[in-house]
Ligand binder design. Sequence first.
Ligand SMILES: NC(=O)C1=CN([C@@H]2O[C@H](COP(=O)(O)OP(=O)(O)OC[C@H]3O[C@@H](n4cnc5c(N)ncnc54)[C@H](O)[C@@H]3O)[C@@H](O)[C@H]2O)C=CC1
Ligand SMILES: O=C([O-])CC(=O)C(=O)O
Length: 329
Amino acid sequence: MAQVPVTVTVTGAAGQIGYALLFRIASGQLLGADVPVRLRLLEIPQAVKAAEGTAMELDDCAFPLLDSVDIFDDATKAFEGCNVALLVGARPRGKGMERGDLLEANGGIFKPQGEAINAGAADDVRVLVVGNPANTNALIAQAHAPDVPADRFNAMTRLDHNRALSQLAKKLGVSVNDIRKLTIWGNHSATQYPDIFHAEVGGSNAAKAVGDQSWIEDEFIPTVAKRGAAIIEARGASSAASAANAAIDHVHDWVNGTPEGDWTSAAFTSDGSYGVPEGIISSFPAVSRNGRWEIVQGLDIDAFSRGRIDASVKELTEERDTVRQLGLV
Ligand SMILES: NC(=O)C1=CN([C@@H]2O[C@H](COP(=O)(O)OP(=O)(O)OC[C@H]3O[C@@H](n4cnc5c(N)ncnc54)[C@H](O)[C@@H]3O)[C@@H](O)[C@H]2O)C=CC1
Ligand SMILES: O=C([O-])CC(=O)C(=O)O
């Protein structure tokens, strides 16, 4: 191994996303085919044995890039020296629940994890929160890591972005490779706004190519925004492999940069752009340059998009107010 290994901490390692994620990280898909990784897995004590089973399977793959796997039930140890933290461990929602119903149950997990990241992670740590409600859990972790730059705490809306790409490609009968500049705004929840008004298909405007506002409003947006619930209904369990895939995409692009001529969607601390209140963790059109996300500026937001963005942002500010009342931020 030519390079120094990068330390990647994964929480909820024995869960279903963990199982879909760890093998892809160890094979080099998270950071690059020449970057060795050290895995540190965090689980609750009852699930440590299952995590050990996964670690045995990781051994059995003989991944050339996998330097080591260590398992912990103590957050302080798990985040020691961590460069990339994937906060997956949380309670998933069941049928009929909204992600916001999990705020109190999961809020308690992200405070100690933020503290542990603050105490022991590497100076360049990047944190992606996957566990729901992801945006507000990221806000909680960030609030307890005052020494880590705020922009290092992200929440995952890349799965929504990928879902939207796929739905739009199907509608237009094109490949996902033909679509650029799609955006998920707001919260990773049913209020999210998948925006195709700035998207391009084969270089032309995607909304014009669709040419059907009622499809956008009544089919596309609800299908993308409620896809998580549809998967739960169909599978009896929430999305796992697609969520792991999106986490890989998000961190890969954050670290290695987004392609020229395109952008993606990522949730991070608002600087007030597009009227999103400063400080909340909201999804934006984003490019990554030199390892940092930048919000794509200068997009015209019409009245329809304004209303949708505002509705999702309102939910985010309400979630923030709830966790404030609970003393979590
Ligand atoms: N942002 C997104 O797009 C998506 C988010 N999710 C969310 O990801 C989370 C994980 O989903 P699954 O893997 O399906 O759930 P799961 O229930 O299969 O696994 C969760 C794992 O987390 C562990 N865990 C619980 N508390 C922990 C703690 N304090 N520290 C470390 N580990 C802990 C559990 O023991 C369990 O092994 C859920 O919150 C789910 O809603 C799921 C899909 C997409
Ligand atoms: O819907 C859920 O609870 C899991 C999730 O976040 C998603 O699939 O988008």
